[in-house]
Design a protein around this ligand. Structure first.
Ligand code: BJW
Ligand code: ZN
Length: 250
């Protein structure tokens, strides 16, 4: 793998890293991405499934979709890209992983400082009283779960279009993007805001931006270096180069 001299030398000394991940990092685990020809939204319209209005109109259909995805996510495993990020966290003093994914795979791989920008599919909450519910059961007989406390409708704890991100989480991600020296954007089409603004923030504050994706994206022209290919192949290689550089530097 060819990497620039700038990145190689940054690998030796960097102590502050921020990472943004998107659906592409979980693709090799078997979780479908959203956009693109094989994406979830090639056939399904996001506005019909990923907004609160859509949920209120058809809670049973939205629950069926999330239940189906929850089942897939429970069966899949983190892949080498998730594990490479777990390793990366141990190499530097300041590490933040902001993920747009709701699949829990970073936590399952052992990453610690993870900011879930768009929630977590394995959690749900009551739209009326806000209580968090861990184990929601949806069946053909019981298509819409209700709160055992107040009777309100339970919804998945994910962020839909037009909704604010969880309290304080985006602020933490912005801080990390502002203070990092090296920023990775991995497996995201970088079209959904405010998450897609994080690499731009990092760049404005002087960070070196590295993108890993199967194809060029909306932000490829503002990043410093793009590696085209599978995150599960590229990331482990990059982290092993970084380890080598740091061993030599001691
Ligand atoms: C690989 C790979 C491999 C594949 N290796 N790579 C106009 C302009 C600007 C903004 C807006 C606008 N109109 C509306 C907005 C705001 C809106 C937005 O950004 N819309 C744009 C689409 C235009 N944003 C919001 O509404 C956000 N909230 C907000 O702004 O609050 C403020 C506000 C409040 C009230 C009113 C107004 C404003 C909330 C956004 C929530 C997004 N939610 C979703 C669904 C989550 C639940 C669920 O999963 O069902 O989050 S949408 C969906 O997109 C999901 C993802 O997290 C997100 C990003 O997708 P991601 O991860 O980038 O996936 P893909 O599929 O797009 O890309 C995968 C990539 O991987 C591809 O590039 C592949 O090439 C690559 N890849 N295999 C490496 N092996
Ligand atoms: Zn309730």
């Amino acid at each position: 793998m060819t990497i620039s001299n700038k990145l190689r030398s940054l690998f030796k000394s960097v102590e502050s890293i921020c990472v943004l991940t998107g659906a592409g990092i979980s693709a090799e685990s078997g979780v479908a991405t959203f956009r693109g020809t094989d994406g979830l939204w090639a056939k399904l319209k996001p506005e019909e499934l990923a907004s609160f209005d859509a949920f209120l109109k058809n809670p049973d259909i939205v629950w069926e979709w999330y239940n189906h995805r929850r089942q897939i996510i429970q069966e899949v495993k983190p892949n080498p890209a998730h594990f490479a990020l777990t390793k990366l966290e141990t190499l530097v003093k300041d590490f933040t992983l902001a993920t747009q994914n709701i699949d829990n795979l970073h936590f399952r791989a052992g990453s610690k400082n993870v900011l879930e920008l768009h929630g977590n599919i394995e959690r749900s909450y009551c739209v009326d009283c806000g209580r968090i519910v861990a184990d929601v059961i949806v069946t053909p007989e019981k298509k819409i779960p209700h709160c055992s406390h107040c009777g309100g409708i339970i919804r998945p704890d994910v962020v839909w279009f037009g909704e604010m991100l969880p309290d304080g989480v985006f602020e933490k991600a912005t801080n990390a993007a502002q203070r990092c020296e090296l920023f990775f954007t991995i497996g995201t089409s970088a079209v959904v805001y405010p998450a897609a603004g994080l690499p731009l923030t990092a760049r404005e504050h002087g960070a070196y931006i590295v993108e890993i994706n199967m194809e060029r994206t909306e932000i490829s022209n503002i990043v410093n270096e793009t590696f085209l290919g599978k995150a599960g192949e590229i990331l482990p290689e990059l982290i092993s180069i970084m380890e080598q550089e740091r061993r030599q530097a001691v």
